[in-house]
Design a protein around this ligand. Sequence first.
Ligand SMILES: Nc1ncnc2c1ncn2[C@@H]1O[C@H](COP(=O)(O)OP(=O)(O)OP(=O)(O)O)[C@@H](O)[C@H]1O
Ligand SMILES: [Mg+2]
Length: 363
Amino acid sequence: MAPFIRLNALTKRFGDVLAVDDLTLDIEKGELFCLLGASGCGKSTLLRMLAGFEQPSAGRIEIDGQNMAGVAPADRPVNIMFQNYALFPHMNVAGNIGYGLRRAGMRGQSLNGRIEALLKLVRLQGYEDRKPNQLSGGQRQRVALARALARQPKLLLLDEPLAALDKKLREDTQFELVDIQETLGTTFMVVTHDQEEAMTLAGRIGIMDKGRLVQVASPRHLYERPANIFVADFLGMISFVEGLITKAGKGSIEIDSVPPITAAIDTQNSKQSKLAVGDKVTLAIRPEKISLSATATGEINEIPVVVEDLAYLGVASNYRVKAANGQMFKLQQQQSRRTTQPLTWEEAGFIQFDPSDVIILEG
Ligand SMILES: Nc1ncnc2c1ncn2[C@@H]1O[C@H](COP(=O)(O)OP(=O)(O)OP(=O)(O)O)[C@@H](O)[C@H]1O
Ligand SMILES: [Mg+2]
């Protein structure tokens, strides 16, 4: 079966600015897909092209097997919740949610029934008579979501849908959004610049940089097997060590750092098995994969360090430690016992990590 959305070499120029650059992507029906990238990387522009509010400079958009060239926004099986969505201030909640339905000619009991179902979906029963200025930010956001869902679009585009919410409400609403998406089976494309949000919401994430799609994969894959330094650095904390390969083969490589670091080759990555002595690589290690202790154990990849920085977060502590050659490592230690005293500022200790937890990146 053909994918539900098919973007082929899609490009958008605004004068000299290449907002979306030769972007090719397939999205399956019912996916919750997140576009993640820094401010200005082209996320909103891509969504606006899908909705029909911007015309591509080149390339092709297909939705549900239909070429979207020349199809007006209202005729696309798409609804969009804009980055700066606005509710109609003079209409109450029911009026806002039912707006598109009334415009489409729905009236009476079928209209009321539909509004009721949508209120239930976004957990706003009892709020139908309130005006937007009588709602909290999170409630307004849910009204906007219900309004966007009202006409049962096959594809819902959400541009930073939770940006106005505080952290706690944002987390609750993220789970709600996933529930709603699962209930309806609608294809969602959500834009965010918040990596935790993308990882919570998405089945797949597309990482964008300067108009280009850098990597598309599941949250776990992006985190554990980033394709390059940009993705590794963009998604969560990480330490990088550059070096030249001094040993290669038998499923692992060693680099010339002091002390040397051994990394297991990722068998899912065909490029890595071709690495040879003398090649330059960047190794990357996630903070939770590194252990810290006061005494040496003699295990592989054990490095003497001094604690430079320490942030106590309750659930864990974030450390920045320095090796003798000046190399910094970021690590996270779980505070799993209430009374143990972990290493603190200026104290010396040892970090250690398993070769199979080292990510090998090129260059
Ligand atoms: N109408 C326009 N005219 C000229 N340049 C534009 C226009 N719209 C967007 N751009 C430029 O295109 C690039 C991509 O913009 P876009 O709004 O898609 O970014 P974004 O990824 O949504 O960013 P943010 O996270 O800040 O919302 C930016 O450099 C922006 O300045
Ligand atoms: Mg935007």
